[in-house]
Design a protein around this ligand. Structure first.
Ligand SMILES: Nc1ncnc2c1ncn2[C@@H]1O[C@H](COP(=O)(O)OP(=O)(O)O)[C@@H](O)[C@H]1O
Ligand SMILES: [Mg+2]
Length: 254
C-alpha cells in the first residue's frame, strides 16, 4: 500500500452559527490522492466542515470560527490567505448539478476567463482535456456551444467537475454529488472519482454507506458536530471502535 502524505490538517476547529456550535473541536487529516468520506446523519456538520475547507462559510453571516486548517502547511484562516486563490485550488461540487445557463464550453472556461486567460487555443485545449477527464467529451464534442442546461443530470454533474478541473484545482470537495442522480449516472460518477484519484485529493459527503465503502480510502463519522470516529474505510465498516458508528452504519438511526 502506498503511504500517503497529509495534504490538509484540521486542528481543533470550532464553528458557530450565531451562538450555536455546529463543529466541536474537530481535528483530522486529509491525505493526498485519497478519497475521504464524511458520513453521519443530517445536521451532524458534514457540509459545514466541507465548506470550512475552502472558506465558503466566510460567505455566511454570523459565522465564528476558531482553530486552524492547514493546507500544504499554510494556515487557510491566516491573515495572508487569498480566499479567491484558495477556492481555485480547492474546488467544490454540489448535490444539485449547477451549470450556469451558458454553453457547455463557457461553463468549462468560466474560471479560466475570470483568471484572465484569453489565449483561444489554450482555452480550447483545456476544454477538451477537462471534458475528456470527466469522460463526457464524446457526448458533447459536437455541441460545445449548446446550453449546458440541455444535458442530462449526470452529464451536467460531469461538466461541473470539468469546470473544477479546468481551473487547476488540486482538491475537490463534493457534497453529496450523486444523490440527485439516477443510479446509473451515480455509478458513472463514482467510477470517475476513482479514476481522478491519481491526480486529485477528494473529500466527499455522502449519505450512501455503499458509496462510502466502495470509493473512499478513509471515513470520518460525525454526530451532532462531533467527530466520533475516523479511520480507514475498511476499519470503519468492518470493525468500528464506537457503538454509535456501528449503529449508524447498521442503519439503526440516521
Ligand atoms: N447557514 C446556516 N445558518 C445557520 N445554521 C446552519 C447553517 N448551515 C447549517 N446550519 C446548522 O449547522 C448544523 C450542521 O449542518 P450541516 O453542516 O448542514 O449538516 P449536514 O451536512 O451533516 O447535514 C445543523 O444544525 C444546521 O441546522
Ligand atoms: Mg449536508
Amino acid at each position: 500500500m502506498v503511504k500517503s502524505e497529509i495534504l490538509i490538517s484540521v486542528r481543533d476547529l470550532n464553528l458557530y452559527y450565531g451562538k450555536k456550535r455546529s463543529l466541536k473541536s474537530i481535528s483530522l487529516d486529509f491525505y493526498e490522492n485519497e478519497i475521504t468520506a464524511l458520513i453521519g446523519p443530517s445536521g451532524s456538520g458534514k457540509s459545514t466542515l466541507l465548506r470550512s475547507i475552502n472558506r465558503m462559510n466566510d460567505l455566511v453571516a454570523n459565522v465564528t470560527i476558531t482553530g486552524s486548517i492547514f493546507y500544504d502547511g499554510k494556515d487557510i484562516y491566516g491573515p495572508k490567505m487569498d480566499t479567491v486563490e484558495l477556492r481555485k485550488e480547492i474546488g467544490m461540487v454540489f448535490q444539485q448539478p449547477n451549470p450556469f445557463p451558458f454553453s457547455i464550453y463557457e461553463n468549462v472556461v468560466y474560471g479560466l476567463r475570470l483568471k484572465g486567460v484569453r489565449d483561444k487555443q489554450l482555452l480550447n485545449e483545456l476544454v477538451e482535456k477537462s471534458l475528456k477527464d470527466v469522460a463526457v467529451w464524446d457526448d458533447v464534442k459536437d455541441k460545445l456551444h449548446d446550453s449546458a442546461l440541455g444535458l442530462s443530470g449526470g452529464q451536467q454533474q460531469r461538466v461541473c467537475i470539468a469546470r473544477v478541473l479546468a481551473i487547476g484545482s488540486e482538491v475537490i470537495l463534493l457534497d453529496e454529488p450523486t444523490s440527485a442522480l439516477d443510479p446509473i449516472s451515480a455509478g458513472q460518477i463514482e467510477k470517475l472519482l476513482l479514476e481522478l484519484k491519481d491526480r486529485y485529493t477528494m473529500v466527499i459527503v455522502t449519505h450512501n454507506m455503499q458509496q462510502a465503502s466502495r470509493i473512499s480510502d478513509r471515513t470520518a463519522f460525525f454526530l451532532e458536530g462531533e467527530l466520533i470516529e475516523y479511520n480507514t474505510t475498511k476499519e470503519i465498516f468492518i470493525a468500528p471502535n464506537k457503538k454509535e458508528t456501528e449503529d449508524y452504519i447498521a442503519g439503526k438511526f440516521g
